[in-house]
Design a protein around this ligand. Sequence first.
Ligand code: CTP
Length: 400
Amino acid sequence: MLRGKHILLGITGSIAAYKAAMLCRLLKTAGAEVKVVMTPTAKEFITPLTMATLSKNPIAVEFYNPENGDWHSHISMGEWADCFVIAPATANTIAKMAHGIADNLLLTTYLSARCRTIVAPAMDCDMFAHVTTQQNIATLKEHGVVIVDSPAGELASGLLGKGRMAEPEQIVGIIEHVVSEKKKRDLDGRRLIVTAGATIEAIDPVRFISNHSTGKMGYAIAEALAQRGAKVTLVSGRTALAAPTDVERIDVVSAEDMYRAVVERFDDVDGAIMCAAVADYTPKEVSALKIKKGDDDLRIELRRTKDIAAELGRTKGNRLLAGFALESHDGEAHARRKLHDKNFDFIVLNSLQDEGAGFGVDTNKVTFIDADGKESLPLMTKREVADRIADRVEKFFAKR
Ligand code: CTP
């Protein structure tokens, strides 16, 4: 399974670095080509000579060779690899990976690699259990990194607990699984709009009405659809997020802006997923000047905004239209009404009462509702929910 595969092995400064030698040998025996990138500290634990001999390739540690200026390109190593395995991965490297810090060759390679990355943590049990490390591991998982579970056992410090690096044989099994995974391209050629984030309705040049949406769910959907081959236009209200790779992002401010941006593009696409938190009301008049405070109460008259989803529902024909319902009570009944009123093909219901669901968090607990019934999913990351939505989108087109 690994014959001819390009495996980039990253080694960081942990006592478990000795196991990387065995891992390299197993990979070579399985017929893989192995290149090794080490952090400067990793050299204290295992020598480049050992790893170069086992991998039959020179080892990359620094950005360039000071003797002759020979440049080690992190980009070409990332492009070469079918899989990047960081084993052992220290708490320090995991933290830097989670936050995009790129102060050594291994980290720059991680940031530029397009292949899947596997991380086998190795550290003391207290470091492993620390909330920061656990958060960083969760972040990496959310970024699509495969984390090799750390078994409990005796650690180099003499302590007992979780934090040991998994055994090389187990890591090889995971590498085999990852490199044999077929990248799903089941939405190739589909054109889709995703709306995301919060709209902003100006009261005056200083104040506005908005909501708590951070855009995380919609951005995860755009990313999932694009990774499966769809051409995605992300019409985005306010968010602090960066656009996912290969997604066209159109920034809008108000509900009216979003309405125009979506409606004018809808003719050219195969469907839309409406995830934005669109203001239902906007100030009737926007003051050109800052409203000064007086002694009396202030009343701002609001008027209804246009319902973008409902408008698309009227004109969609055989195109896909999916929406969201965020409810605090009687969720299913409200969602069913929205499914019908807006002519959605399916609606994704999330409840404000569910822990781990809703604004700002990285997880969600959703129920799909369509004309055939409902399917409730357990709590999962928003990225995982996005994949399940992409599955539904694919099923819709397969049936059509
Ligand atoms: N939506 C939209 N345009 C609007 C309002 C909502 O496209 N002007 C979309 C949302 O993106 C979401 C769905 O419609 O997919 C939400 O339905 P909606 O009934 O508007 O939800 P709420 O605004 O929360 O309505 P309510 O206050 O009645 O719960």
